[in-house]
Structures are given as C-alpha cells and as structure tokens.
Design a protein around this ligand. Sequence first.
Ligand code: FPP
Length: 267
Amino acid sequence: MDVTSSRALPGHRPGPRPSGDRPPRLPADRVPRHVAIIMDGNGRWATDRGLPRTDGHEAGARSGWEVVHGAIEAGVTHLSLYAFSTENWGRPQVEVRHIFSALARRVLAAARQRELEEMGVRVRWAGRRSRVPGYVADALGRLEDRTRNNTVLTLTVCVDYGGRSEITEAAAALAKDVYHGRVAAESIDEQCFARYLSVPELPDVDLLIRTAGELRVSNFFPWQATYAELVFLDTLWPDIDRRDLWRAVEIYAARTRTHGRLPGASA
Ligand code: FPP
C-alpha cells in the first residue's frame, strides 16, 4: 500500500521539527487532498497575555507557516487558509490595517516568497480583488504568477473572501455570459457554474478545521466544502503547530465518508 511519508516530493524542503515528530503514516487514500482552515483565536490569544490583539495576528502568521510545512509533510496537496473575510471589514480600522500588514510582512515578503518557491508551493488568492490595499493585492497577484508552475502544494489564501459574495459574483458573471450568448442556459450544470468561482480549479474540501473552540463555518467555502469532514479544535490559532494539523488528519482518516451513499458503495 502506498504510504504517504515515503513519497518523494520535488522541491519539498519543510523545516524539520526539533522534537523529531513525524507526520502520520497513512495510506494515500486516507490523506485529505484539500484541507481548509478557519484560523480563529488570535485576538483571545493576545488578550489572555495582556497584549494588543494585533500581536495575536503576528503570532497567527507563524502558525500559518507551521501548517504549510505540516501539510506538505503529510502529503496534503491543497491547503486553504481563511485570512480575511468579507465580514472582517467591520473590525476597527487599526486592526484591519494590521492584518494586511502582517500578511504582507510575514507571508508575502521577498524571503518568504523564495521559501514558498523552494518548497514547490503554488499560491492562489480566493476573494474580491477590488477592496484589498494595493500593496497586498499586487504582492499576492505577483506571487500567484511567480508560483504558477509549482505542484507540491496549492496554498489558497482567502483574502476578502466570503462564500455568498463568491457565489453571487459567479452567478452574475454567468448571467452575463448567457446574455451575450457565450453560454447556453440549458447547458448550465454544477461543473459549468464552478468555472465562475474565485479559484475554479480548487477540488472539493475534504477536511475543514476550525480552531479556538468555535462551532461555525462563517461563510467559508459553502460551495467547495459541502461534503467536508468537520474537525473543531479548542486550541487558539497562534498555539497551533503542525502536530495539530496531523492530529486532525488522523481524525479525518478514521472517519467513514459516504457522500450520501451507503457505506462501502463505490462512487
Ligand atoms: C481570527 O482570529 C484571525 C483573523 C481574522 C486573521 C488571520 C490572519 C492572519 C494570521 C494573517 C496571516 C495570514 C496567513 C495566510 C498565515 P480572531 O481575531 O477572530 O480571534 P478572536 O476570535 O479570538 O477575536
């Protein structure tokens, strides 16, 4: 049986854990292909320590790197991180500005971009392009371009992302194409509709993780995650490291997925 940890990955150089912890050894078909994470608890983590909430976002970026490394080591090929939602604009301006600056300094900085490149990570951006500060939009766009041929891990950074907004925009774009005769209304099916989503080639989410003990999906990937297995962790996001991801992967691997069929029936 194919064991993921023996898989040779071109360009794969995740930093080792000093403790020597290793990813779970699972058959390849038990490893989730697409893991999506709602990174929650940055504010509480900072408040618990008497720090400003912004420090929580700084620490949260570190956990982002941890799970990128952990995903590659575990053989996950798609990782999506919910960094800024369409609802997050309602936070104080100073916090909003800080989230974007943490993203720019800790994820999009030149050294970090090189690291992603070396690890074979392809970066994609899901979300609205028009409202995000120009310096973040430009850096994300350039990173998408620079990493477009990488195949080890597709990292989708969800920035100004909201599921309802994504679906509404897709419906509007599709309606326009029907109006102009580029698409026949009778030919519209799920596959056709999915081509209008923010990142059309994203596979369905297999495993959706939310941290910090909250039991909600908060407008995240309603189209892509309809059949996702949900794992809720109590740990606050800045305390998360790759071992927490691996634990969630093991929980996922032990689940029986039927997609509405009977257990044991083939797809
Ligand atoms: C949720 O915690 C976290 C966010 C809204 C921001 C997450 C963004 C980053 C960590 C920037 C780096 C991005 C990547 C891709 C690694 P919260 O503020 O809602 O926490 P609370 O519920 O405790 O208040």
